[in-house]
Design a protein around this ligand. Structure first.
Ligand code: ZN
Length: 415
């Protein structure tokens, strides 16, 4: 029996069973997941995922950054593949959906094409990008960044977690230091499904968001240099407390976020290192990790000027020195009009309502825009709660996105 293209749908039960299995690996404190990149639970999930890919007849390779690729051949197997996927790692206190939806949705669409006996002209590859979250190894989207030429391989392998353990040594330990070169090959297009991580789709009761681009985001690490001294006798005018400097800066950053709030801007400091972080001694240094984002590039650049002006002011106020030691950016990249059109067409074919929207979070797709036509779609999550153990979504909210993804990938792979 051949299935008419427009009748093709995923196997909802099988897909949701795979999502449920993933939710058992690396359980969080209460509900949800805590599956940090390259930890034991990440390894366990990878092993299961690789097993599923092989069962689906896919050829699995792992690259030197530990990203897993699973390939379904095309009729013209020398053509560059259509790549689909996201990430299986999670934040330290995460839900069960995040990028997992995009990886297991990609797997399900391939299983469904297999069931329907549908061949494609181009190969289709499924990817689980390593260390998307950056929760353990900074920066986020690390492996896709190397794949797209944003970062150098050796630099990325040398990134260390807070205990000083390097990315490269952890990859070896869990058995996922692959041999495939990272990137350097032609990709026809990249599609990524992800939960929205914001409240818009859930509030509007729209099942699919077609992502047209991202919020322009700038990040920086600022090192604050003070001096250790006794917390008792040292007079106020002789103190060089690195934590106080960091605190002034963090408050200034937060106020900048509020100033841009009416335009949709936002600012974040979510990580602070202090040394020695003990009572009785003033901190010698601290590192403030911060970012800020805005719907437009012009807007984020205005924010950047204000942040850069706030740094010397905070330093002066606390009698310390400050230096920007690292910067990064994402979200300026434009998604591909043809790939976006394929997602919209697929939604119309399936009679699924969609909304065009901007992504406010960072995604591996941003890196991929640098090397191939790229598009993303969002599925709603309950109240937009994400990076929280309470992150949840109803199965009925997940299926439309995976079906749209399948039809768009199929159309692109047959182009
Ligand atoms: Zn994610």
């Amino acid at each position: 029996m051949t299935i008419r293209k427009n009748d093709l749908r995923i196997d909802e039960k099988r897909f949701w069973a795979s999502m449920a299995r993933s939710a058992e690996i690396g359980k969080g404190r209460t509900t949800g997941l805590s599956r940090l990149a390259l930890g034991d639970s990440d390894k366990e999930m990878r092993d299961i995922f690789v097993g599923w890919c092989r069962e689906a007849g896919l050829e699995v390779t792992v690259d030197r950054m530990g990203s897993i690729f699973a390939r379904r051949p095309g009729r013209e197997n020398d053509l560059p593949p259509v790549l689909v996927g996201s990430h299986l790692d999670t934040q330290i206190a995460a839900g069960n959906y995040d990028g997992i939806l995009g990886v297991l949705g990609g797997l399900e669409l391939i299983r469904s094409l297999n069931d329907a006996g549908i061949e494609t002209r181009r190969p289709i590859e499924l990817v689980d990008w390593a260390n998307e979250e950056g929760a353990r190894f900074n920066p986020p989207m690390l492996a896709s960044g190397v794949f797209a030429g944003v970062h150098q391989l050796d630099w990325a392998l040398g990134r260390a977690d807070l205990k000083g353990v390097t990315y490269g040594s952890e990859l070896q330990r869990i058995g996922y230091a692959g041999e495939a070169p990272v990137g350097g090959r032609k990709i026809d297009a990249y599609f990524e499904l992800h939960i929205e991580q914001g409240p818009i789709l859930d509030e509007k009761k729209i099942p699919v968001g077609v992502v047209t681009g991202g919020f322009a985001t700038r990040g920086m690490k600022v090192k604050v240099k003070g001096e250790t001294a006794h917390t008792g006798p040292t007079p106020m005018d002789r103190r060089r407390n690195a934590l106080v400097g960091a605190a002034y800066l963090i408050c200034a950053l937060n106020e900048i976020g509020w100033r841009y709030h009416p335009e949709g801007g936002k600012s974040t400091c979510a990580q602070l290192e202090i040394w020695p972080n003990l009572t009785g001694i003033l901190p010698e240094w601290s590192v403030v990790v911060m970012d800020f984002r805005h719907p437009t590039i012009e807007g984020v650049e205005r924010m950047r000027q204000e942040v850069e002006a706030a740094i010397p002011e905070a330093a002066k106020k606390a009698n310390v020195e400050m230096e920007i030691i690292e910067t990064w950016r994402f979200g300026d990249e434009a998604f591909d009009p043809d790939c976006i059109a394929l997602l919209r067409d697929a939604a119309r074919t399936l009679d699924i309502t969609y909304l065009d929207m901007q992504s406010q979070a960072g995604h591996d797709a941003y890196n991929m825009t640098r090397i191939c036509p790229t598009a993303m779609l969002f599925a709603p999550c309950d109240k937009g709660i994400s990076h929280n153990e309470a992150e949840t979504m109803a199965p009925e909210d997940a299926f439309p996105g995976v079906n749209v993804l399948m039809h768009a990938v199929l159309a692109r792979a047959n182009r």
